[in-house]
Design a protein around this ligand. Structure first.
Ligand code: PEP
Ligand code: MG
Length: 566
């Protein structure tokens, strides 16, 4: 059995088709005719864009508009004047087009892939896909033909690129296994959109599996079973049927309120990264946005976004959400999340370094312009501000002071905004958990960021496989931290939500209901499932489970117990 990351739920049973990597090797040449090399480059980029439009149209037919947009995004990236200019400069310095494209893409890939942040790493995957596409055209390499795969095929690839996905016929492909990628990578998003079970990040999958071999892909658990016997095949066929039935049933939760079995109402929000994602949140039946990660507005460019540009983005999200609440998190950048134009120094220990609120408070003009943009957008909807990485009350106070200054500036210029805008704290550090009682007195709300809270509580990096056995929100320490944060919020009468991945975990849900969480913010595709999971429990049942769990000593004990009741 091989273990990876379950990235698209469901069970697939089929025969392996390994997609071998094409060789994109080239010998760098010094060129003399700059103009004709530039023309070669532009022809290749034009062809790449034509191919991409074709592939996007194919995806639009097979999957949907939003998925096509991921591919169309590649055109915007390769046509970006900054990136194009860098490539052209290398050609003007007598490098061949292959080397110029390769080097510039590599620079961006290195920049984005070292961050440990899913959204940024996704960008690296996009640029790798673009580089391979343009290099393939320059080198005259043929494209992989996935569209010819026979019925009952499980695709096994190093990395599933959005352009490969275009060739997938979902009638024939029953599963996907890759060597790279995470739950939030584009491959995962596309696999989920195609409703094909997928297991990503399976080490050496392309060498450990052989073509034509029968395998089972369990995309819910992240498992690949090799050469299953008839008993396993029967067991997994039954699981597959049960899964498909559940998917159909989930649609019954669309358009409904999020209620516990005894009628307690919860808020069920979505996490978004761009204003366009707000459409996904609405399509998924999200009741608001519990986390708008604003980093994207600052990435992929060569200067800070202006106040106006930010205002337009926040306003757009707010109009799309049609008055539903939006929690905008101020810039969570610095340290490991690099933005070249900010010129941040390399740090020994970026996760504990000069980042997020710490960086923003030292760069007041930049911070104030973001806050003013959020305030201006608050005239168009129910917008709230949230500060990331808070570790001390002074940081919250300083942030709030800046909000007041920004309000005064806007008032002086007669610009409308929500006078009573709520200012909350993202409780995602161990310190914020320990002083949650103090923070709750001065914050308007809390949102628990379990992705970081787990890491900072357990001193375990979320991206490091060697310590992943420690990285679990079901560790007694993390559960105590979460319970404490919620209780401190409840005591001061402020709402407490959760925007980390744990909010969508079926095992966590009854615990969070018992602790008193009132808002769950999850990725758009999880909305209906979370609504269903919340509806399973009465408060009394959730309390009974939580009481047992909180009396347990180890994560293993807790998981084993929860497996018996969930
Ligand atoms: C978190 O830390 O839980 C969170 C939601 O924020 P991010 O994943 O962006 O750090
Ligand atoms: Mg975080």
């Amino acid at each position: 059995m091989l273990i990876g990351i379950g990235a698209s739920d469901g069970i697939g049973i089929g025969r392996v088709m390994i997609i071998a990597e094409q060789s994109l090797e080239y010998t760098p040449r010094e060129i003399t005719d700059v103009d004709s090399e530039l023309a070669r480059l532009h022809d290749a980029i034009d062809k790449f864009c034509d191919n991409t439009i074709e592939q996007a149209n194919a995806i639009r037919q097979s999957t949907g508009e939003k998925e096509a947009e991921i591919l169309e995004g590649h055109i915007a990236i390769i046509r970006d004047p900054f990136m194009g200019g860098e490539i052209e400069n290398l050609i003007k310095a007598n490098q061949c087009a292959e080397a110029a494209v390769d080097q510039v893409c590599k620079m961006f890939i290195d920049m984005f892939s070292g961050t440990g942040d899913d959204l940024t790493m996704q960008r690296a995957a996009d640029i790798r896909d673009i580089r391979d596409g343009v290099l393939g055209i320059l080198l005259g390499v043929d494209e992989v033909k996935i569209s010819d795969a026979p019925a009952g095929t499980v695709l096994v690839v190093k990395e599933l690129t959005p352009s490969m996905t275009a060739g997938i016929n979902k009638e024939n492909i029953v599963g996907i296994v890759t060597e790279t990628g995470s739950r939030t990578s584009h491959s995962a998003i596309l696999a989920r959109a195609l409703e094909i079970p997928a297991v990503l990040s399976v080490e050496n999958a392309t060498t450990k599996l052989s073509s034509e071999e029968l395998i089972i892909v369990d995309g819910s658990k992240g498992l690949v079973l090799i050469a299953p016997d008839p008993v396993k095949i029967e067991e997994y066929t039954a699981k597959r049927i049960a899964f498909l039935r559940e998917q159909r049933e989930l649609e019954n939760y669309r358009g409904k309120a999020t209620l516990s079995a005894d009628g307690i109402e919860y808020e069920l929000f979505c996490n978004i990264g761009t204003p366009k994602d707000a459409t996904k949140a609405m399509d998924a039946d999200g009741e608001g946005v519990g986390l708008f990660r604003t980093e994207f507005l600052f990435m992929d460019r060569d200067r800070l976004p202006t106040e106006d540009e930010q205002f337009e983005a926040y306003k757009q999200a707010s109009l799309i959400m049609k008055g539903k609440p939006i929690i905008i998190r101020t810039l969570d950048i610095g340290g490991d999340k690099e933005i070249p134009y900010l010129g941040l120094a390399k740090e020994e220990n970026p996760f504990m370094g000069f980042r997020a609120i710490r960086y923003c408070l030292k760069n007041r003009d930049m911070f104030k312009s973001q806050i003013k943009a959020i305030l201006r957008a608050s005239a168009f909807g129910d917008i709230r501000i949230m500060f990331p990485l808070i570790t001390a009350v002074e940081e919250l106070r300083a942030g709030k002071e800046l909000v007041e200054e920004a309000k005064a500036d806007l008032k002086a210029s007669d610009i409308a905004f929500d006078e009573n805008i709520k200012v909350g704290v993202m409780t995602e550090t161990a310190a914020s958990g320990v002083i949650a009682d103090l923070l709750a007195k001065e914050a308007d709300f809390f949102s628990i960021g379990t992705n970081d809270l787990t890491g900072y509580t357990m001193a375990a990096d979320r991206g490091n496989g060697d310590v992943s056995y420690l990285y679990s929100p079901l560790q007694p320490s993390v559960l105590r931290m979460i319970k404490r944060i919620i209780e401190c919020g409840v005591k001061e009468n402020i709402p407490v939500g959760m925007c980390g991945e744990a909010a969508a975990s079926p095992q966590m849900i009854p615990l969070l209901m018992s602790f008193g969480l009132t808002e769950f913010s999850v990725s758009a595709p999880s909305v209906l499932k979370v609504r269903k999971n919340i509806s399973k429990w009465t408060k009394a049942e959730a309390d009974a489970i939580a009481e047992k769990v909180m009396a347990m000593t180890t994560e293993a004990e807790i998981t084993a117990y929860l497996d018996t009741v969930i």
